[in-house]
Design a protein around this ligand. Structure first.
Ligand code: ADE
Ligand code: ZN
Ligand code: ZN
Length: 261
């Protein structure tokens, strides 16, 4: 291989790596598990209407849409909708808002557009798919993390001896290492009775935001910069991941039942 060709290879390889690392999300497995769990809690009427709108595509299938459009510049105005950052010692209501919007205003916008009878079919589909995604993101604690480190994206750590960052550990590394498909993850969710489900469905989008932020405070304490994380970390924190995925699915169903039920 000539020197030039080798150089081009290295260049291409590093660009693809940068692109892959710069796309923060609950991995597709997490989002899809949330979709499967939500479907189990939909009313018949909601299920029917959603099925018609999405032309048979499952909530699991559409759940990653919000991230799929991130690389398309036509959707740039939605980028900040995936997260919110506000100081841990203050209330969302009293803190400076991102003028481009955040996950709280994003979710509420989706809900009001979907409730509006005059919304076009095209917009109904778009905002439904986006809502499914955002309710997932809201339950990843670091989507309500600190602005200074971009919700942990700037905190480099090692995962089973590979470079990653704390945000990614919570978006996808832990889930992928667990080695369960999204259907299995959903099937193995904790068995809950009706009062437990109703208790999870209580509250507002803002309450769930504070709940995530409280978890984020613990997540920041869980690892140091450069720390080598692996089995021990999963053993300690995967329970939180599973419980957040389950809460997210159950709450997504509640919101969809309110809109369509
Ligand atoms: N993803 C990109 N920027 C982020 C931020 N500031 N907080 C959380 N998640 C993010
Ligand atoms: Zn993320
Ligand atoms: Zn997202």
């Amino acid at each position: 291989m000539s020197k030039q060709v080798f150089f081009i290879f290295i260049l291409l390889f590093s660009f693809t790596n940068i692109a892959a690392n710069d796309n923060p999300k609950w991995g597709s497995t997490g989002h899809r598990a949330i979709g499967v769990i939500a479907e189990k809690h939909l009313t018949k009427k909601a299920k029917k209407q959603i099925n018609k709108l999405l032309q048979g595509q499952s909530l699991a299938f559409v759940s990653t849409y919000g991230d799929d459009i991130k690389s398309d510049s036509r959707y740039a105005k939605f980028y900040t909708w995936h997260y919110v950052n506000f100081p841990f010692n203050s209330k969302y209501e009293n803190s400076d808002k991102n003028p481009k919007g955040d996950i709280v205003t994003g979710i509420n916008t989706c809900i009001s557009i979907l409730k509006d009878k005059n919304t076009s079919q095209e917009d109904q589909i778009f905002y439904l798919k986006f809502l499914v995604h955002l309710i997932g993101d809201l339950h990843q604690p670091l989507h309500v993390g600190r602005g200074e480190d971009k919700g942990g994206n700037d905190i480099q750590v090692r995962w089973h001896n590979k470079g990653t960052n704390l945000h990614r550990v919570w978006d996808s590394n832990m889930i992928e290492s667990w080695n369960m498909g999204y259907t299995e993850l959903a099937k193995n969710a904790k068995k809950l009775n009706k009062p437990q489900i109703q208790s999870i469905q209580k509250g507002t989008v803002l309450d769930w935001t504070y709940e995530s932020q409280k978890l984020a405070i613990q997540v920041y304490k869980s690892a140091e910069i450069g720390e080598k994380l692996g089995y021990k970390y999963s053993y300690k924190h995967f329970g939180t991941v599973r419980s957040q995925l389950q809460k997210s699915g159950i709450r997504l169903a509640k919101i969809l039942n309110d809109i369509y039920g």
